[in-house]
Design a protein around this ligand. Sequence first.
Ligand code: ZN
Length: 219
Amino acid sequence: MAPLRISFLIRSVYDLVPSNANLVRWGKKDDPTCPLCQGRQTTEHVLSSCKVALSQGRYTWRHNRVLQELASVMSTAKEEIHPSSTSSTVFTAEEEYKCGKARLLTMLEESDDPVVKTAQPSLKIGRQWKVTEAVDEAKECLKMKEVIGQTQTDRRGLGSTTAKRWSKTEGKEKRDMIIDEIRNKEDSTRVQKAVQQPQQGQWTNWDTAIQRSLTWNDI
Ligand SMILES: [Zn+2]
């Protein structure tokens, strides 16, 4: 903590800061009034009793700043401890990205041009995810579902399935089925991760959080 702040903290506790009331008491000034409200400007008045400061939201601002700093410190500490734990928004963006790439690949595969047909978007995102594997896996799942019968697993409500048959579907509809399948898989993976995180204590473990020492400067 900066020496100046320590000094202020100690002197304000013992009412030794140069408030106008103190300055008058010390013979340095004649007028003890608060420039904001014209009341008597004591230390206590400045820190918590000035009605003008209150109406201007100065105390609220100070109060919220403390909370903002605490939130920021905790968020930083969390990121330091678990750099990989990302928010659900990031997962959703990742999911959209993956679906976009899968859509591109399936479109290329259907092209009549042999060059385009074999062109694969060289995409390896994250650490393991590969678009070709994801598409192949989705196709396998769809074939399997056709054999064992459609099960309701996606984000649409129960009973809304239009029992699409994989082998009899063509073109865009077929591509959409693949993308839906990948999306479902990503969704369930995300839910799985979200459930695992609190179990592993990643969001709630205060024992590790206090390893980062909280100084007065942080507050
Ligand atoms: Zn005042």
